[in-house]
Design a protein around this ligand. Structure first.
Ligand SMILES: [Zn+2]
Ligand SMILES: [Zn+2]
Length: 171
């Protein structure tokens, strides 16, 4: 069975990793917003919001015709901030893809556990750097990691392309 979108996998993994990665008891909450704006407004920036985006290998299943396809560039958007009282918030938006066989609805990506873990470790290393002033120590956690493209990209079936934020636009 191909993995399907599982929000509790992300939430549970984030809690688990925060425990081991962050050396304090700051409470962080993990939320989802499937329509979140990819860009921050100036007032949001002033309130301390930051963004992080990462391409993650994913698998999609069409709810209309059951076709399955893998993607090397399923884009994940994050927003995060830490308030002055120490409490933090992360918001995740997964970008969807549509089936090119039947041109069905946009589908949410499914991720295996290891990909979720790697993505959240990278996010947490950014949180440590930008909210807690840690020096980034792990060089393979940075943004220079090139995603693996599985096949030519299907621009018209990619929600990130439609929004103009797909990695393809920057290469
Ligand atoms: Zn389909
Ligand atoms: Zn795209």
């Amino acid at each position: 069975m191909a993995p399907v979108w599982n929000s509790s996998l992300w939430m549970d993994m984030f809690d688990e990793l925060l425990d081991t990665e962050l050396d304090n008891d700051d409470p962080w909450t993990f939320n989802f917003n499937y329509g979140m704006d990819p860009n921050l407004t100036e007032p949001e920036k002033r309130r301390g919001w930051k963004t992080y985006r990462r391409d993650v290998q994913a698998e999609f299943t069409c709810s209309n015709c059951s076709k399955w396809w893998p993607s090397g560039r399923s884009l994940i958007l994050f927003r995060y901030r830490r308030r002055t009282n120490g409490s933090g918030t992360v918001i995740l938006r997964p970008l969807k893809q549509a089936c090119r066989k039947c041109q069905g609805p946009y589908e949410l990506p499914g991720f295996c556990k290891e990909k979720v873990k790697k993505c959240l470790l990278a996010l947490i290393s950014h949180i440590k750097k930008n909210c807690y002033g840690y020096k980034s120590s792990n060089s393979n956690m940075d943004d220079s990691v090139k995603p693996v493209w599985t096949k030519p990209h299907e621009v018209s079936f990619c929600e990130a392309c439609r929004l103009g934020i797909c990695r393809q636009d920057r290469e």
